[in-house]
Write a new protein. Structure first.
Length: 376
């Protein structure tokens, strides 16, 4: 894929962009196999390839410059803005939104935050696009000073781009190198963005996590559901369930099973529960709780567990609990194969029997890998 920003040296996020895509995919597959080479019984399925461009359903836009001449993109090492508004990774719906955002900032005099000067109000704009083209906009502000001007312009925004469904304010009051804060104020009547995944809507609230590559997320959830269906458990837990991707797919694959999704984010659980209500999935329950605490304190154990942890992995306590639980089948979805390897070392009784690489992040060295574990 050709990228003017990379060629100009202003953005180096896609470190592998000059490597042919087929070679990128082969390298990721080889890396996963090398990291798990000790597991001789592991059978690898063909890696799942991504589109090379227009796959990224999220844009984390740093706003800099002035309200008369805003810059939408990232900051360089000096804290100055670099325009990335035509990044070829973004979906076409996000790219089409960029001129509207620039016009809004000018129209409503939304003063960008200056990192070097620690002055200004508008820090970031976070955009999520659904496969159907609907958009969620989140304005990350230093204070509530711009709340009224932004609220006043929502009708204009939706006239300029009718795909805009959800608009919110996120408050990040501190001068910190993070994308968003903890406080969210939703300004529109519609409060969730439906993400169409394998024929069902996964509802995202503003602070809900969802994979950045929808097509690859579909393949990942479908693979997990296939492994679960083959195991045919009567009970299943989905730990670190997020908005319920694996749990919802498992509930459809196993309509007679009892399935529980656990996620510490109450926002994500609220989103997942809405999908349950819409689909009428009586066999599925979601609980907002820490995954490890829930497992360790449980009185009854499931026959199958799905884990989809953050990059650090499931950690010592949960790995040891799984090792000694007697649970026969575990599906482990990992965004960091190195932490997966460390977790597997703590669970020697659970053997990887099938694995697959999912290229969630083309043009980088990062990828998702899912493995099916069965007790020896």
């Amino acid at each position: 894929m050709q990228c003017d920003y990379f060629d100009a040296g202003v953005c180096r996020s896609c470190t592998q962009i000059r490597v042919p895509y087929a070679t990128q995919l082969e390298s990721k597959d080889a890396d996963a196999k090398a990291l798990l080479h000790k597991h001789a019984q592991l059978r690898w399925l063909s890696p799942v390839a991504s589109k090379e461009s227009a796959f990224r359903n999220k844009a984390k836009i740093v706003v800099s410059g002035t309200h008369q001449n805003p810059v939408l993109g990232i900051l360089n090492r000096e804290g100055n803005g670099v325009d990335l508004s035509e990044c070829p990774l973004y979906t076409f719906d996000i790219l089409a939104l960029m001129p509207v955002l620039r016009e809004l900032i000018q129209r409503a005099s939304l003063t960008p935050y200056s990192v070097p000067a620690r002055k200004g109000e508008l820090k970031n704009i976070l955009v999520t696009a659904s496969p159907s083209g609907e958009l969620m906009l989140r304005f990350v502000l230093r204070s509530k000073k711009l709340l009224v001007p932004i609220r006043r312009e929502i009708s204009w925004l939706q006239q300029r781009n009718p795909a805009i469904s959800v608009v919110s304010i996120n408050l990040l009051r501190e001068h910190k190198a993070v994308v968003e804060g903890g406080e969210e104020i939703i300004l529109t009547e519609q409060q969730t963005l439906p993400m169409q995944v394998n024929g069902m809507d996964l509802h995202l609230r503003p602070q809900s996590f969802f994979q950045t590559n929808t097509a690859i997320a579909e393949a990942l959830y479908a693979q997990g559901a296939q492994w679960v269906a083959d195991a045919a458990p009567h009970t299943l837990w989905d730990l670190y369930c997020g908005v319920g991707g694996f749990a919802l797919h498992s509930a459809q694959a196993l309509p007679d099973a009892s399935i529980t999704g656990i996620e510490i984010s109450e926002e994500a659980i609220a989103s997942a529960q809405r999908t349950v209500d819409e689909k009428g999935l009586d066999n599925l329950t979601f609980i907002a709780q820490d995954a490890t605490t829930f497992a360790v304190d449980a009185q009854e154990l499931p026959e199958c567990v799905v884990v989809n942890p953050p990059r650090r992995g499931i950690g010592e306590q949960l790995a040891q609990w799984l090792e000694h639980s007697g649970i026969q089948t575990v599906v482990y979805s990992s965004c960091n194969a190195r932490s997966l390897v460390k977790d597997l070392e703590k669970m020697p009784s659970l053997k990887p029997v099938e694995g697959r690489v999912f290229d969630m992040f083309p043009h980088t060295n990062h990828y998702e890998v899912a493995v099916l574990l069965q007790r020896a």
